[in-house]
Design a binder for this molecule. Structure first.
Ligand code: CIZ
Length: 306
């Protein structure tokens, strides 16, 4: 069978089964093109989990990494959350454990704890307020009365939020191995090749890369920004999967990945075969225990209340 026909057949079978199972398929912005194409919703992790929670689906198939499926389970405890490849983890989220955070809190008993959405459910259960890459600055700004602020786990997002707010943050030494592959020289070279393009960097990029960017935005905010912008060319400094979505949604504009090396191997573990098998066999389920869920949800609700 020709590859295109194979993909089409798989996609058709997925759509049939999706109806039978009353499922909704979510694809993170970093997923492979063919996975993005069969999804009901594409977006960032929180946006996707919130849309799935509002839907009347019984089953959520989360094409993303583990903490994202956990977030979906936290917001939709009555739905079955499936991951086509449960081994797709997030190295950044795995850089801090709940015990690491408890130890840090013991050393700073008065600190308010801000935790990036890229954390396990167990870590979320230890934080006071969650944040995403689009609202980290506002979350920190909201903590005017806090004597000290702990920020976990991404040190580059912490640095970005600290510079924008003027607040000193006690940052965990975590980072995304994919975003740190984007080097300042990649940005300089891309600007030389595309002098009219605007540079948009994700705040998980290193501080040196962020300093060279015109805008520093989450994936969701990047989509909004380029749609509204009059600029026709963009250099995108984040995981390359976002470029596919931007190009598809904005056919009249041009997008250049800042580095072809910025590929998250975990995001690329999901493919159409695995999506099909997960619906056929109703596997692999991700469920957060009630106790952890209640605590973690408090941190997410605190952010949503802002
Ligand atoms: O929350 C997400 O989806 C992540 C990890 C980043 C983003 O900017 O979308």
């Amino acid at each position: 069978m020709k590859p295109d026909l194979h993909i089409q057949k798989l996609a058709e079978r997925i759509q049939e089964l999706k109806k039978e199972r009353k499922a909704v398929i979510l694809a993170h912005n970093y997923q492979m093109p063919e996975v993005q194409d069969i999804a009901d919703y594409r977006g960032d992790s929180l946006e996707l989990s919130r849309m799935a929670a509002k839907s009347d689906a019984k089953v959520i198939v989360f094409c993303g990494v583990y903490f994202m499926a956990e977030t979906a389970s936290i917001l939709s405890p009555d739905k079955t959350v499936l991951m086509p490849d449960k081994s797709a983890g997030c190295p950044l989220a795995n850089m801090i454990t709940a015990e690491d955070l408890r130890e840090l809190k013991r050393r700073h008993p008065k600190a308010v704890v801000v935790g990036y959405v890229n954390t396990s459910a167990e870590v979320k259960a230890e934080i006071d307020i969650c944040c995403t890459s689009s609202n980290a600055v506002n979350v920190v700004l909201s903590l005017k009365d806090a004597e000290e602020i702990i920020f976990v786990p991404d040190k580059y997002l912490a640095d970005f939020a600290s510079k924008r707010t003027g607040r000193r943050l006690i940052a965990w030494d975590g980072y995304c191995p994919t975003h740190v592959k984007i080097l300042p020289e990649d940005i300089v070279r891309s600007i030389r090749l595309h002098p009219h393009a605007k540079v948009i960097a994700h705040p998980e990029c290193t501080s040196e890369v962020v300093a060279l960017a015109d805008e520093t935005l989450s994936t969701g905010k990047t989509c909004d920004y380029v749609r509204k912008s009059d600029t026709k060319e963009f250099i995108i400094a984040t995981e390359v999967g976002l470029v596919y979505r931007l190009q598809k949604d904005n056919p009249g504009k041009k997008f250049y990945p800042a580095s072809e090396l910025a590929v998250c191997p975990n995001m690329k573990r999901t493919n159409l075969e695995k999506v099909l098998w997960s619906l056929e066999e109703m596997k692999d389920e991700v469920r957060v225990s009630d106790e952890i869920r209640r605590k973690a949800k408090k941190a997410i609700d605190a952010m949503l209340a802002l």
